[in-house]
Design a protein around this ligand. Structure first.
Ligand SMILES: Nc1ncnc2c1ncn2[C@@H]1O[C@H](COP(=O)(O)OP(=O)(O)OP(=O)(O)O)[C@@H](O)[C@H]1O
Ligand SMILES: [Mg+2]
Length: 231
């Protein structure tokens, strides 16, 4: 159906939430494709549906209407177990609030996707430590999340999202809680990693500074994705 270069294809995707008896439409016919190695930024006002779209792409939710094809698989029509397995193997996710497991130290957090995919802890440990090292966190491997700064926690979260080299990386305002300098450092590292490994990165952000790094800038407006025109 789609060429091997297309990692993500959305076909007329619509989605709404139900609140009490009310239907709240969020996405209204989104059709878009994202290629291998592409870095696309997702802009849009608060409430425009950026997180909703990323959750659909992360197969955390199923669209009300339309179809999502990822790596050639129709994930939107798969059952929950299949979607979870797909996500574990092929999708990395980074959130604004880091979402590290508080009871695991930095390297154990990073090792998590590997052990979930069946890698032994002994094998996962050096890979996790190497990933942390690459993100400038050597020496902090044994720290617990609450002993790390926000920028450090976000870098641990990035290491965790990419340690298993997923072809798709989804980032939801990953720099929202960081000061500008730290935010730019985190984005530069993220971009470096995705460029090195040809990962397709979709990042929702409010940060204008991030936009300059992207291959493509899209805006969610009125439930649709529109190309952002340069100011
Ligand atoms: N679980 C839910 N149940 C009901 N409504 C929801 C739910 N999640 C989101 N919404 C609504 O869907 C709309 C889109 O929300 P979403 O979180 O996708 O926006 P966003 O673009 O990520 O906003 P922000 O920039 O503030 O993070 C909002 O109107 C929100 O209130
Ligand atoms: Mg959001």
């Amino acid at each position: 159906m789609s060429s091997p270069d297309i990692r993500i294809a959305l076909h007329d995707v619509s989605h709404a939430y139900r609140q009490a008896a009310r239907r709240v439409p969020v996405l209204a016919g989104v059709t878009e494709r994202f290629s291998a190695g592409e870095f696309a930024v997702l802009l849009g006002r608060s409430g425009s549906g950026k997180t909703t779209l990323l959750h659909l792409l992360g197969a955390l939710e199923v669209p009300e209407r339309g179809e999502i094809e990822m790596l050639g698989s129709r994930v939107s029509s798969a059952d929950e177990a299949t979607r979870a397995a797909f996500r574990r193997q092929h999708v990395g996710m980074v959130f604004q609030s880091y979402n590290l497991v508080p009871t695991l130290c930095a390297w154990e957090n990073v090792a998590l996707p590997l052990t979930l995919l069946g890698t032994s802890l002994a094998e996962a440990r050096p890979r996790a430590i190497e990933e942390l090292d690459r993100l400038g966190l050597s020496g902090l491997e044994m720290r617990m999340p609450d002993q790390l700064s926000g920028g450090e926690q976000q870098r641990v979260a990035i290491a965790r999202a990419i340690v298993h080299r997923p072809p798709i990386l989804l980032a939801d305002e990953p720099t929202g809680n960081l000061d500008l300098e730290t935010a730019l450092d985190v984005v530069a590292r993220l971009v470096d990693v995705v460029r090195t490994h040809g990962i397709t990165l979709l990042m929702a952000t409010h940060s204008r500074e991030v936009v300059g790094h992207a291959d493509r800038v899209l805006r969610l407006q009125g439930g649709r994705l529109v190309p952002e025109v340069a100011p």
